[in-house]
Design a protein around this ligand. Sequence first.
Ligand code: URA
Length: 204
Amino acid sequence: MNKKEAMNKIENEIKNCRKCRLYQSRTNTVPGEGNLNTKIMFIGEAPGAREDATGRPFVGAAGKLLTQLIESMGLTREKVYITNIVKCRPPGNRDPQPDEIYTCLPYLKKQINIINPRVIVTLGRHATKTIFELASIPFGSMSSVHGTEFRGKINGRYITIIPTYHPAAALYNPNLRNTLFEDFRVIKEALTKDYKGPLDYFIP
Ligand code: URA
C-alpha cells in the first residue's frame, strides 16, 4: 500500500468511527489534509464549527492565521500536513475530554507513521500535552515550552517536536501574535538545519 492508499484507509475508518460520543453531534469528520511527503506536520486540538461544516482542518478564523504563519516560513498549506488530536468537533467547541483524546489517538499515530515527518508542530496545550506524552517528554506549561525544539520517539522514530500557542489564542490575546511569528522562525530553522536554501525546494 502506498502513502495515499494508506491515508485513504484511515480517512475511511475515521468517517465511519463511532468509538466515542463525538460522532453523535458531528456533521463531518475532519481527518486532516495536506502533502503526504512533507517534512512537517501541524497538529491542532479539535475541529470547530467551520471545520465540522466543511470536513477540512483550520479553515475558520484560527486557520486564517495558521495559513499566514505557514506562509511566513515561505511555505504554503499545500506543502505541509495539518490535522488535529481529535477528528470530530466537540459540541459548542468545549475542550476535548481525555477519553475522547485517547480513543482518537490511534488515528493520529497511524497518520504520523505514514507521513514520517521530521518536525511536528503542536498547536496549543492539548496537542502539546498529548504529543509530549506519546513521545515520553515531560510537559510543564505552554509558556515554558513554546518555540523550543524537543526530541522524542514516536512509533519508534525520533522526531523534532516544537510546541507553539494555538492560533485561536492570538485572536483573543493580540500579544501572542508576535510570539507565534517568532516561534515559526524557530520552526523554519529546525526544518533547514542541514540545508540553507529556500524551503520550497526542500518540501515537495
Ligand atoms: N482549531 C483547531 O484546533 N483545529 C481546527 O481544525 C480548527 C480550529
